[in-house]
Ligand binder design. Structure first.
Ligand code: NIG
Length: 407
């Protein structure tokens, strides 16, 4: 028999389900949630909550969906503190630092890489993250990339192939592009659900990016783009034209980019999510992505941590949400939506029946509504507003993932 849990006496419940309350956050007061197995079975007024095997008294605190972190790079070894210090002393971030991590990652054993990944995933869970995408991209040889995909597949909810991160030191750019779009992709394709490409000066130009995206589509894989991170470039337009699930960073956008991202949601097909990475913008001392303008134009926005050793060594989604509110002009509801349901849309997990890397199908995530996966984040605060009102405070009180208590 499936075990059930009732969480009642919830002071404020953020559902993202328009049927349960108006507005983007759809906040309910004095609510309860019933979980059966891995799914949410019931949502309603606390006073009307049915009994369950286990009762959790939320004591008036806020409950929201677990964070959906749709952009991380967690299969790596080594340390880049010195590069960070140099940046804080005024040096600009350049894509070349990636090769420092590539060297350390290649030299690490499987066990070392897996131990580091496990530690970082546990850290993210403690902060309320229940779904996590991670990328390859620090191997950049076929065996090293496939190894990263296998290790990531044992711990992440989605694995993305980022062989097109940079041209590895000592490689010929044309030959490497042939490898990444040919034999390397052929070998790794069964173990990943999407392909990503870093479209930027110092990494891959527009022509190379278009080739990577076309090769991915030919394998039936979804696509994402690292675009417009360090300056204006063709990444956003290429992502939208090719039907990418998301384009991430989006720091340097012109009006045509914003219009393209917003317009991508107006047709029959789903559009391209604009994923902003506030912690990365701060750590690289880049302008913050124009999330307010994107939302105003009608684009779908996600917030992710971009946890990686170079540009954003944090998986704190609460920090990203606080930054989005305090410095990017989003309302708390908009930021929380972007860090939960927005991430789910970016990963193609907002509908029932998505598959994890182990081949297991799951219900939709990013919402608290009957039938959705029970990914729940209880705050030690009466309202999600405290995420921005009390930035930097450890507000995570409890976390359930697929109905199981993980924190
Ligand atoms: O998303 N932009 C490219 N990739 C990572 C940085 C990786 C690194 O510097 O190690 C990012 O910021």
């Amino acid at each position: 028999m499936t075990a059930s849990i009732v969480i009642d006496n919830i002071g404020e419940l953020t559902t993202h389900d328009p049927e349960l309350g108006a507005g983007i956050g759809s906040r309910m007061r004095d609510a309860a949630v019933v979980v059966e197995g891995e799914r949410i079975a019931w949502v309603g007024a606390s006073a009307a909550a049915p009994a369950a095997d286990t009762r959790v008294d939320a004591a008036g605190r806020a409950l929201l969906p677990g964070w959906v972190d749709s952009h991380t790079h967690l299969v790596f070894a080594g340390d880049r503190t010195a590069e960070f210090e140099a940046r804080m002393a005024g040096e600009a971030y350049a894509a070349g630092g990636i090769n420092v991590t590539v060297e350390a990652t290649r030299a690490a054993s499987d066990a070392e890489l897996e131990a580091n990944l496990t530690r970082l995933v546990a850290e993210a869970r403690r902060g309320g993250t229940t779904t996590l995408e991670t990328k390859t991209g620090y191997g950049l040889t076929t065996p090293d990339e496939v190894r990263a995909a296998h290790i990531a597949g044992r711990h992440a909810d989605a694995v993305t192939f980022l062989g097109a991160h940079v041209v590895p030191a000592g490689s010929d750019p044309d030959a490497y592009l042939d490898l990444v779009t040919g034999p390397m992709l052929d070998e790794i394709a069964p173990f990943v659900s999407a392909v990503d490409v870093f479209c930027e000066e110092g990494a891959f130009d527009g022509e190379a990016t278009a080739r990577v995206l076309a090769a991915a589509r030919a394998h039936g894989l979804s696509t994402r783009v690292h675009g417009n991170q360090l300056g204006h470039g063709p990444g956003v337009q290429l992502a939208v034209e090719s039907g990418a699930l998301s384009v991430d960073h989006v720091g340097f956008l012109d009006d045509a980019d914003i219009a393209a991202l917003a317009g991508s949601w107006r047709g029959e097909a789903r559009g391209t999510v604009a994923t902003v990475l506030p912690a990365c913008d701060l750590s690289t001392r880049m302008p913050l992505a124009p999330a307010r303008q994107l939302l105003g134009a009608g684009a779908v926005v996600a917030i992710a941590s971009n946890a990686n050793p170079g540009t954003s060594y944090t998986s704190s989604m609460a920090f990203c949400v606080a930054t989005a509110v305090l410095q990017m002009g989003l309302s708390v509801e908009e930021a929380v939506h972007a860090a939960t349901r927005g991430g789910a849309i970016a990963l193609g997990m907002a509908e029932d029946g998505w598959y994890d890397p182990r081949g297991v199908a799951h219900p939709r995530i990013g919402v608290i509504s009957p039938g959705a996966r029970a990914d729940l984040h209880l705050l030690d605060a009466p309202s999600v507003t405290h995420l921005a009102y009390r930035p930097g405070m450890p507000l995570t009180a409890a976390v359930w993932r697929a109905g199981g208590r993980v924190v």
